[in-house]
Design a protein around this ligand. Structure first.
Ligand code: ADP
Ligand code: MG
Length: 606
């Protein structure tokens, strides 16, 4: 796309980079600058008129026009006219004026008339950061069929969108966007978004192409890998064999067995060095223990903030927290990040960079426990490959219930029951300290009650410096853990069977799902109580009946407008104005197909 300097300045002001995005800035209304012979009340019309008289009152101007196209006089009225408006009306002059027509007892008036120079066309009105006439000219000059086609858009979409910018009678009569227009807008929005995503992806040579196999290894496991674990491992195996460094995100619910996929990847890469980063010491520790257990032939090492400086180059598999980022790392052809949403983009990229060599990059796998709707995964594949693990190795048996104040006694019975069985309970409160606004107790208000009535009560929260130690101690000897949502991290608490979430309606469904995922990780019967003051919540009711994280992600879409779920910090998400991720799966498929085709036919990828 070759723009003049002036054009690109305007594009910049509008926050756009392409003609397609310009096409998405559709007019908010139209003005009909054609001359009509019939006068229609309550409509803005053009008159071809001679000014017969002008009368100025303190707060208004009254003009008598002779409207040649209607063949009679019309009164013009301007209320609170601005100075520049005065000069438009000179007695005896004939010109074109535009304004809203109203008729009362045979006398018609036109309110706020203004002079118009371009006539004979229906003119779109744009709301934008540019001045109206500048914006109009910009669209007139740039929204051509050829310009849009050069960006890969197809004919029927272009035809449809141009109708909105170069309107005919038909568009003028539609009070709302037609389905066809809407589809074109969605298509273009998705097309340019996905095109930009794919343009962001850079392809690098891998440090090593790996001809890995895992069949032999999987035979040594105490269980069979699930079909979806196998699919993910196959995807990775396939990536490894290519002459491009892998860049893949493996998305699977809590408990879907992502660790085995991590270990399979490290196994396939044996002999070349693998590095795995996890967000907490506990998690890194856990992964390390599993690696030692299931990869007996690999030399594994754990690196945390407490680790002494050692030479890491003799290890096959280096597992650690972000402390890794401050170590001397040997070259490794595979880099993995577990619970990747817990890290900033910078941290993730830094790790990748640290072990790169010139133009060559390690294979890079990221693991996420935040299920995303299938449609969104499809969109993401424009810049990163995605594997979804939508099932868990064993079905968890968790009773989920919405409870209210009146259920508190019953809740206590259930909690005591579980503790007597040697199981653990997690109580999630919305706040650490008291707040006047919130109708729920904070941790500090609630802890007295629990500490007085129960043994083994532990308390922690997000700002607690000793959080990890508290969680660790709780795991060993606690009964009740009182916390905020910090416990979202994927630490394993094998005896945890109950979670009570206070003020559940305040949390997103995916957060609730993450919290519920803490429970029953070892197959024990579990309980999830959603405590709320709200009498009725359809959202919570549906949550209670939904177990798969991917279904929950879709529910979340249903209850929020698709946009805000995907905003900013949510990794590579986006906000769409027209596209509705929950409903437009077929469109995503269509755009993806067309995009792949168009990569061969267009040279200029913006
Ligand atoms: P995630 O990291 O996806 O949350 P994990 O990898 O921690 O889940 O796995 C959860 C539990 O399931 C672990 O105890 C793990 O040993 C077990 N597990 C993993 N894969 C299988 C399988 N194919 N069959 C049975 N159990 C499995
Ligand atoms: Mg995990």
């Amino acid at each position: 796309m070759n723009l003049t300097k002036e054009q690109s300045e305007k594009f910049k002001k509008l926050g756009i980079k392409s003609f397609s995005e310009l096409a998405l800035l559709i007019p908010h209304s139209y003005e009909d600058y054609r001359l009509h012979e019939k006068l229609t009340p309550h409509k803005s019309v053009l008159i071809d008129a001679t000014v017969e008289s002008v009368y100025r009152a303190p707060n208004s101007i009254q003009i008598t026009f002779f409207a040649h196209n209607f063949g009679h006089t019309v009164t013009g009225v301007l209320f609170r006219p601005k100075p520049y408006m005065m000069h438009q009306f000179k007695v005896g002059e004939r010109d074109y004026y535009y304004g809203m027509i109203e008729c009362k007892v045979g006398q018609c008036s036109v309110s706020m008339p203004r002079k118009v120079s371009t006539i004979g066309v229906i003119t779109p009105k744009y709301k934008s950061t540019l001045r109206a006439d500048v914006m109009l000219r910009l669209t007139r000059n740039n929204l051509t069929f050829d310009n849009l086609a050069s960006e890969g858009l197809k004919k029927d979409v272009i035809d449809e969108i141009l109708k909105l910018h170069f309107p005919t009678e038909e568009v003028l009569e539609n009070k709302e966007l037609t389905q066809e227009s809407l589809n074109a807008l969605k298509y273009i929005e998705l097309f340019s978004y996905m095109k930009q995503l794919s343009a962001k992806r850079r392809y690098f040579k891998p440090l090593k192409s790996i001809d890995g196999d895992y069949a032999e290894w999987s035979e040594t496991l105490p269980f069979k890998l699930t079909k979806e674990q196998l699919n993910a491992v196959e995807d990775i195996k396939n990536d490894f064999s290519k002459s491009v460094a892998a860049k893949r995100m493996i998305v699977g619910d809590v408990g879907s067995g992502k660790t085995m996929v991590i270990l399979a990847a490290a196994f396939m890469n044996r002999g070349n060095g693998s590095i795995l980063m996890a967000p907490t010491t506990i998690l890194a520790n856990q992964l390390y223990e599993e690696a030692v257990r299931f990869l007996p032939d690999l030399k594994c090492v754990l690196v945390t903030g407490k680790s002494k400086k050692t030479d890491l180059s003799e290890y096959d598999f280096i597992i650690g927290t972000h402390a890794l980022l401050y170590k001397e790392l040997p070259q490794a052809s595979l880099v993995m990040v577990d619970e990747q949403h817990r890290f900033g983009t910078q941290q993730r990229n830094m790790l990748e960079k640290m072990v790169s060599s010139g133009e060559k990059k390690p294979h890079f796998l990221q693991f996420s426990a935040t299920p995303i709707p299938r449609t969104q995964a499809m969109i993401e594949t424009a810049h990163i490959d995605v594997s979804l693990i939508t099932s868990t190795p064993f079905q968890k048996d968790i009773d989920s219930r919405v409870i209210h104040k009146s259920d508190f006694k019953e809740l206590l019975v259930s909690i005591k029951n579980e503790i007597n069985k040697g199981n653990q309970v997690l109580l999630v409160y919305p706040l650490v300290e008291q707040s006047e606004i919130l109708e729920y107790q904070s941790i500090e208000e609630a802890r007295n009650y629990w500490e007085k009535n129960f043994d083994g009560v532990f308390v922690t929260h997000g700002k607690d410096k000793d959080k990890e130690q508290v969680l660790f101690d709780f795991r060993e000897k606690g009964s009740i853990l009182i916390a905020t949502t910090v416990v979202e991290v994927g630490i394993s608490l094998p005896r945890l069977t109950t979670v009570v979430i206070v003020g559940a309606e305040r949390l997103g469904l995916s957060t609730l799902h993450q919290l519920r995922g803490r429970v029953s990780r070892t197959g024990l019967k579990g309980y999830c109580y959603l405590y709320t003051n709200k009498e009725k919540s359809q959202r919570l009711d549906e949550f209670v009946n939904t177990t798969s994280g991917f279904d929950i992600a879709n529910l979340d879409l249903k209850f929020r407008k698709s946009g805000d779920l995907l905003k900013g910090t949510n990794q590579s998400g986006t906000q769409f104005k027209w596209v509705n991720i929950a409903e437009d799966e077929n469109l995503v498929k269509e755009v993806k197909r067309d995009l792949i085709k168009s990569e061969f036919t267009t040279s200029s990828f913006v």
